[in-house]
Design a protein around this ligand. Structure first.
Ligand code: SF4
Length: 352
């Protein structure tokens, strides 16, 4: 029988596992720290567990980290990691340093591929391959800490491949591990779950009390326009979606982020500015405006920098906060909407 991989077990799961083995639950906490804090994958090295217990664990279990396939570094310092899952599917993680603010953000994936087929997105062209396990989600962060140390990122965003709220339970379990002081020890305000609008799950996540940050990939401020680029809008209409975002902000007493990818000639007019400002009225929020990154084969264009600036300036007096974000990692296809697990994005050579 293949051994079970313990990577991804939450603290309560490890405690009950030890209870079932006739051991004290605090052993679960010890093992938990070995896995997530020390990143020790060899039971033999876990010296505060008795030798017979280590042997019993090794007979039944393994701790299997993610396997890196390739990595690429952008001119701007952004790094993209392509992992190969145990069943050979590819999944990507992006590390984005911000030297000015002395911090770094890691953009993690929650699914291999994605079912939602947003018309402008490279990942959407792949379809859904499968959900990532809890171990595969936290494994992306553990890999980076193993490579560069605990301080190599300060913020985590679920903005890689996949719709996190369509892999709800695994994402919530991985959040528990990230937030746990005996796990990865990250603050809730440092983690952002970004969704394209799975309305009921936004409410459900609000009710967990985890208080992580929420970002909504809005991209169009009317239902009519949104359905044209995001098929999910047919299932979850804009009105109820915005209500759920308002609910999230109220429950967490935190501002939410609206992501707005500016697509040339589609959502970049004064009418769009006005519709957007009406839509978010009364919601504590920030709007991130980001120029679209063209994906070969998809029929959308990037607006000029002047247009992006203009849009930001028009929106600024009509919204609580507006950021016009620079796109990072475009030369390695690591920018928003460009993740599609290609090995050679535009001639980029990955290092093994
Ligand atoms: S934008 Fe996000 S939700 Fe839409 S297809 Fe791409 S990965 Fe999926």
């Amino acid at each position: 029988m293949p051994k079970e991989n313990l990577l991804g077990y939450t603290r309560p799961q490890l405690e009950s596992m030890f209870a079932e083995m006739g051991e004290k639950p605090f052993r679960g906490r010890q093992l938990y720290k070995w896995i997530y804090q020390v990143r020790q994958n060899d039971f033999a090295a876990m010296t505060d567990l008795s030798r017979p217990l280590r042997d019993r664990l090794a007979e039944r279990f393994v701790i299997e980290p993610l396997q890196l396939d390739h990595r690429a570094r952008s001119e701007d310092g952004t790094e993209k990691f392509l992992f190969r899952l145990a069943d050979n599917h590819p999944v990507e993680t992006v590390l984005i340093p911000d030297t000015e603010r002395e911090r770094a953000t890691v953009c993690i994936s929650s699914q291999a591929g994605c079912a939602l087929a947003c018309r402008f997105c490279a990942t959407g062209t792949m379809g859904l391959i499968r959900d990532l396990t809890v171990g595969e989600i936290v494994g992306q962060l553990l890999y980076l800490r193993h490579l560069y140390g605990n301080d190599c990122f300060s913020n985590v965003v679920f903005m890689g491949m996949g719709e996190p709220l369509n892999n709800y339970q695994n994402v919530v379990d991985s959040l528990q591990i990230m937030l746990d002081e005996l796990g990865l020890g990250l603050g809730a305000k440092r983690i952002t779950v970004s969704t394209s609008g799975v309305t009921p799950k936004i409410r459900k996540l609000a009710d967990t009390g985890l208080k992580v940050r929420l970002a909504l990939s809005l991209h169009a401020a009317t239902q009519e326009k949104r359905v044209r680029i995001m098929p999910i809008a047919e299932t979850f209409g804009l009105e109820k979606l915005i209500e759920s975002v308002r609910y999230y902000a109220n429950q967490t007493r935190d501002r939410v982020t609206f992501e707005y990818v500016l697509i040339d000639g589609f959502n970049d007019t004064m009418d769009d500015v006005l519709a957007l400002s009406r839509l978010i009225e009364g919601i504590p929020c920030k709007i991130n405006v980001l120029a679209y990154n063209p994906v070969p084969g998809l029929p959308f264009e990037r607006p000029t920098d002047d247009k992006v600036d203009w849009f930001g300036r028009q929106l600024y007096p009509r919204a609580p906060a507006v950021t016009v974000r620079k796109s990072r990692g475009r030369d390695i296809d690591a920018a928003c909407g460009q993740l599609a697990a290609r090995k050679n994005g535009r001639g980029v050579v990955y290092e093994s």
